[in-house]
Design a protein around this ligand. Structure first.
Ligand code: FAD
Length: 561
């Protein structure tokens, strides 16, 4: 039985009543993880998110739950070990959302047809290191494949392919994983969780300690004062802004690094597994990842492939990172260097740009060299800030952060708060996933054991089984489910994060915006004017996302094979 509620109004009503043990600011994967860790220890917990859950970096990642082969090259063995341990926990705690994914590393012949021995040797050592550091836990070790066996997975690799390595990592839906963690915190452990609720100031105790925050939910009655014994700042690239509310000046500890992805039609790449392809004239590589279509299988109708990422220093507006023409050219060059059939900007169906909240390090000139480790700090007035890290390691970051918060509050917290319980804690949807996937793989991979609720909606109104956007693998029922059970309150919440339609085909979602607004607006009680404003805002954001990098409008919808 549910302990808490995921209804936004009900949660807002709870915010102002009584004192929380822990108030978490920021609803990305880090803040959601902290809220779940705290609530599952039995602490009275609240989480407030300024925009939507995962609307910051946590919906714009490469969506890999991985150790990161690259970090081994930087000698960061411990980071890889810890990440692979967390990968294993996630595969067990969220089997519906985190899947094992095989990866190819193609090795091409050089101009003279020979691969330098040291390249082959270095790659082989890295593969063994990865297995030994924890890759093995997945139950499979890497293999070397002949060129024809590798091309069977990705026929577009062409004749220059000499051989390839095959290894294993895992893939997730970053925004839905974040949402599942927030819902688990609320529904199973009683946390109060509110999106579209910004912290605009901090409350202080008479002794000057941080004792809560002023939160603007947009509700009539104005901002709410939320009291808490410990306040955690988990706001990613905005962490310094929130620290400035506490410390009075901007500490400049975060060095944002931009990373972008592009989505292309699957049938232009035809990869049934992921690949890591080298970037010419750079010591980086990019991921080429298939995204399954309608029936949950790669290559089925609606399948796409996404490619990323870049890694560049960013000093623009952190609220509005955009892809540039150079970013698009970088990824298309890398792809076209490895593929036989070149892709052009007109093949780009969608893009997304995110900012890594890297912890600043004055000695490093490239953001790609900065550590992905996290840092937990406590200010003089007791505010706990967590920065850095990766999607993959969110649970461990959360554990360390709540340990620090418990340390701040000390004896005022209940005894049971001592130890994290999340290592073996299943996320919402894990239970019943096995049965659900037999009934409907597409729904099961998104909702796990909660898929029958969506199926029941379709059973009572078959029109809700129709596609939400023509050509994309989402049903109309999913938009209503997002509003009723997942706290979606805007068109973008539904199209970019509850479904990932905007990341698959941006222009198709803009074209269908009126229809989707009418569907969800009826549920949310939108007036005609609100519907029109939502559609206009969504279309404007989609137009900018296409125009800033100079991409043409996508004429046809992406089809699968
Ligand atoms: C291009 C790219 C690819 C990546 N790929 C991977 C990958 O494949 N695997 C992996 O493990 N990691 C990956 N990462 C890293 C990972 O995505 C990030 O480490 C992680 O998402 C950061 O989460 P966060 O919660 O700290 O920040 P965010 O997700 O940005 O969350 C911070 C939240 O705080 C909110 N906020 C800000 N100010 C306030 C306020 N005043 N009041 C209330 N809320 C506020 C924001 O709205 C935001 O939602 C990638 C990162 C990038 C950029």
């Amino acid at each position: 039985m549910a302990l808490g509620t995921f209804d936004r109004d009900d949660n807002i009503a709870l915010l102002g009543a009584g004192t929380y043990d822990v108030l978490v600011i920021g609803g990305g994967i880090t803040g959601a993880g902290v809220a779940l860790d705290a609530a599952s220890r039995g602490l009275r917990t609240a989480l407030v998110e300024r925009d939507d859950f995962a609307s910051g970096t946590s919906s714009k990642s490469s969506k890999l739950v991985h150790g990161g082969l690259r970090y081994l090259q930087n000698g960061d063995v411990r980071l890889v070990y810890e990440a692979l341990r967390e990968r294993q926990r996630l595969l067990r705690n969220a089997p519906h959302l985190v899947k094992v994914l095989p990866f190819l590393i193609p090795v091409f012949t050089g101009r003279g047809g020979i691969i330098p021995k040291q390249v082959a040797r270095a790659l082989g050592s890295a593969m063994w290191m990865y297995d030994l550091t924890g890759g093995l836990r997945i139950g499979k070790v890497h293999r070397r494949l002949r060129a024809d066996a590798a091309r069977a997975h990705m026929p577009t690799l062409g004749d220059r392919l000499a051989w390839a390595y095959l290894y294993y990592d895992a893939q997730t839906d970053d925004a839905r994983l974040t949402l599942a963690i927030a819902r688990t915190a609320a529904l199973d452990h009683g946390a109060t969780v509110v999106n579209h609720a910004a912290v605009t100031g901090l409350l202080r105790s008479p002794g000057g300690r941080v004792a809560g925050a002023v939160v603007d939910t947009g509700a009539a009655g104005g901002p709410v004062e939320v009291r808490a014994r410990a306040v955690v700042n988990a706001t990613g690239v905005w962490a310094d802004d929130v620290r400035a509310l506490d410390e009075g000046s901007h500490p400049h500890t975060i060095r944002p690094a931009k990373g972008i992805h592009i989505t292309v039609p699957w049938d232009k790449v035809r990869n049934d597994i992921a690949a890591v392809v080298p970037v010419p004239k750079d010591r980086r590589s990019v991921f080429v990842v298939p995204w399954p279509g309608d029936d949950g299988t790669v290559g089925g109708p609606g399948s796409v492939t996404y490619v990323g990422t870049t890694d560049t220093d960013y000093d623009g507006d952190v609220d509005d990172p955009q892809c540039t023409p150079d970013d698009i050219a970088y990824l298309l060059d890398a792809l076209n260097h490895s593929l036989t059939e070149p892709l052009a900007p007109s093949d780009v169906l969608a893009t997304w740009a995110g900012l890594r909240p890297l912890v600043s390090d004055a000695t490093s000139s490239r953001t790609a060299d900065l550590s992905r480790r996290h840092r937990v700090t406590v200010s003089d007035s007791g505010m706990v800030t967590v920065t850095g890290g990766k999607l993959t390691t969110y649970r461990e970051m959360a554990e360390h952060t709540v340990d620090a918060a418990v340390g701040v509050v000390g004896d005022a917290l209940p005894r049971r708060a001592g130890r994290s319980r999340t290592r073996k804690l299943p996320l919402r949807g894990a239970e019943g996933w096995d049965e659900a996937r037999l009934a409907d793989p597409h729904l099961a991979e998104r909702y796990g054991g909660e898929a029958p609720v969506v199926e029941a909606m379709v059973a009572s109104d078959p029109s809700l089984g129709e596609p939400l956007i023509p050509g994309l693998p989402y049903r109309r029922a999913e938009a209503l489910y997002a509003v009723r059970y997942e706290m979606a309150t805007t068109l973008d919440d539904v199209l970019a994060r509850r479904t990932r339609a905007r990341l698959r085909n941006r222009d198709a979602t803009a074209a269908a915006a009126d229809d989707v607004a009418a569907l969800v607006g009826a549920e949310l009680g939108w007036s005609e004017a609100t519907c029109a404003a939502e559609v206009a805002a969504y279309r404007e954001a989609a137009r900018r996302e296409r125009q800033v990098p100079g991409l043409p409008e996508v004429a046809a919808l992406a089809g699968g094979a």
